[in-house]
Design a protein around this ligand. Structure first.
Ligand code: NAD
Ligand code: DAU
Length: 359
């Protein structure tokens, strides 16, 4: 275990996104005097409204600085890195389906952007600690058992490949330049402020509108679900206590098939299974992600929210925050939706069972 570190000033990149904004709200909300500078490009996935609970509290707002900019732009990044104690890098393109249709931005942010951040840390007068937020997707499909941190990485989507490349760059800067850096690999995260392109918020918001729910393939793919505040807490623990050069799995401990997730969600919403449409699968779709979380447990973290409670409160949040998700489904949302789902929904999946949740 590394020594506990206290950080007065953090640079949080991607802090206007889903998990990054939760991290910012929670760290500032501890009211321990920590200051945060958020650097965020505000892509379609970034939303300053995700930081509204901070803006609405004068004491918290006084400790937040927001900079709109690109982590791949050294002119923006270098001066920011000079004045901080640690970088927590959430910034990434995060949606696997988009990485299949348009991979370039994934490489620009996930590879070049990470490199720009690392270089800025390397040349800084007072080098900050660096935490790279990565993903269980770097292990690829896990047939059986649970992946340990030293398992080979085998990414299978452009998203996962870019995330793996980012991690490898971090490792290279630790080994070659002695940078103080750690990596976390989180499992499938869900909760309030989740962009409605992802499975759980897409299906909640479509179901609220009585629109079809496009389930890929047989829906028996398995994911390990992690509540967003638990993920943010794990990242903060690793930032403060993780040993430099080490990687930590953040496993939700709630492995479910997609069908089981959708069945629970529909039951909670009081909506029928007949909304589900089985559609053509995602190319290269990983059947199962599963990690061993013992290394992080040894640091003192465990999930505090069960999947059933987390899903219920997530559904409540989406029901109470309709203007937030309707606004996230504006801009180029309709064009995206048609491109991703138009043909799939028109064609359906003739051979698949569609009568009920099953498992
Ligand atoms: P998100 O898409 O909601 O947020 C990403 C944020 O990064 C957005 O605010 C966006 O504007 C910003 N951004 C994108 N490109 C940028 C750039 N070039 N410069 C500056 N800002 C940029 O993503 P998320 O779900 O919150 O994921 C955050 C991080 O956690 C990502 O690195 C992702 O790979 C990782 N992760 C996500 C999950 C999950 O289930 N959501 C699980 C494990 C790991
Ligand atoms: O595992 C961690 C990863 O989890 C993160 O690194 C990614 O940033 C995050 O987006 C998430 O990736 P997934 O691809 O697992 O999440 P998504 O919500 O896109 O899909 C979850 C499962 O649901 C997956 O098996 C695909 C399926 N799915 C998804 C969508 C959007 C459907 O069946 N239909 C859909 O419309």
């Amino acid at each position: 275990m590394g020594d506990s570190q206290a950080f007065g000033h953090l640079l949080v990149t991607g802090g206007a996104g889903f998990i990054g904004s939760c991290y910012v709200r929670d760290v500032l909300g501890r009211r321990d005097g920590t200051r945060i500078t958020v650097l965020d490009k505000l892509t379609y996935a970034g939303n300053e409204a995700n930081l509204a609970p901070v803006r609405d509290d004068p004491e918290l707002a006084a400790r937040l600085t927001f900079v709109r900019g690109d982590i791949a732009d050294p002119a923006v990044v270098r001066p920011l890195v000079e004045s901080i104690d640690a970088v927590v890098n959430f910034a990434a393109e995060s949606h696997v389906d988009r990485s299949i249709l348009d991979p370039e931005a994934f490489l620009a942010t996930g590879v070049i952007g990470v490199h720009v951040l690392l270089e800025a840390c390397r040349v800084a007068v007072r080098r900050p600690r660096f935490l790279q937020v990565s993903t269980d997707e770097v292990y690829g499909h896990v047939e059986a058992g649970h992946a340990l941190e030293d398992a080979p990485i085998a990414p299978r989507s452009p998203y996962a490949a870019a995330k793996a490349a980012g991690e490898l760059l971090v490792r290279s800067y630790v080994v070659t330049h002695g940078l103080d850096a750690v990596v976390t690999r989180g499992s499938n995260t869900y909760g309030p402020y989740h962009h409605p392109e992802k499975l759980i918020p897409l299906f909640i918001t479509n179901a609220l509108d009585d629109r079809p729910l496009p389930l890929y393939g047989d829906g028996l793919q398995r994911r390990d679900w992690l509540y967003v505040a638990d993920h943010a807490a794990a990242i903060d623990l690793v930032l403060r206590h993780g040993a430099s050069g080490e990687t930590y799995n953040v496993a939700g401990g709630a492995e479910r098939t997609n069908r089981a997730v959708v069945a629970l969600l529909l039951e909670r919403l009081g909506k029928p299974w007949s909304l589900v449409r089985q559609v053509e699968d995602r190319p290269g779709h990983d059947r199962r992600y599963a990690m061993d979380g013992a290394k992080l447990t040894a640091l003192g973290w465990r999930p505090s929210v069960s999947f059933e409670d987390g899903l219920a409160s997530t559904i409540d949040w989406f029901q109470a925050n309709e203007s937030w998700w309707r606004s996230a489904r504006s801009g180029d949302w309709d064009g995206w939706y048609e491109r991703q789902y138009g043909r799939r929904l028109a064609n359906g999946l003739a051979a698949a069972p569609s009568s009920g949740p099953g498992d």
